[in-house]
Design a protein around this ligand. Structure first.
Ligand code: FES
Length: 165
């Protein structure tokens, strides 16, 4: 079992405002219309949307924080909590569920010592459950970043995780 513990989701990551400023100026204008693209760039850079970065962005492009949070919470691809370098998604859709996805999820919980939606303390892994990834015939399906693992057995979980250490 991993010694990693779930991290606090309100943990703030230090933001380099000069770097953030350069990124926004270089890739985007301060046009409010670019808000979603700027948020995508911030998420790509930090792997989530740090609060200090959103506060800075609000002042820089003149969009209220409330509006930025409204957008950031509307799209499921954005995360306001720190995420791991590897995003592990276990499918709990019907087809995967009937083929044992719940047992795979329990094995992931045990192996990583975190629950759904949590990130290991070393920020190596974030665990999420999803509803159908679109390849039901391969269930149960586990996805790590962009890699798909079909017909995954519970005793294969540690081996898969080992590819991302
Ligand atoms: S139900 Fe799991 S991929 Fe569709």
């Amino acid at each position: 079992m991993s010694e990693a513990q779930a991290i606090r989701t309100d943990e703030a990551q230090e933001v380099d405002f000069v770097e953030l400023d350069t990124m926004i100026d270089k890739e985007f204008s301060t046009d409010k219309e670019n808000l979603i693209m700027i948020l995508q760039a911030i998420q790509r850079h930090y792997n989530y949307l740090p609060k200090p970065a959103l506060t800075y962005l609000s002042a820089k492009i003149g969009v209220p924080c409330s509006k930025i949070y409204e957008v950031a919470t509307f799209y499921s691809t954005f995360s306001l909590a720190p995420r791991g370098r590897n995003i592990i998604s276990i499918c709990l859709g019907t087809a995967c569920h009937v083929r044992g996805a719940e047992r795979v999820r329990e094995r992931l919980h045990d192996a990583l010592n975190i629950a759904d939606g949590q990130t290991t303390e070393d920020r190596r892994y974030t665990l999420e459950s999803v509803r159908c990834i679109g390849c039901c015939s391969l269930g149960p399906v586990l996805k790590v970043n962009e890699d798909m693992y079909g017909r995954i057995a519970t005793d294969e979980v540690e081996k898969v995780l080992g590819h991302y250490e």
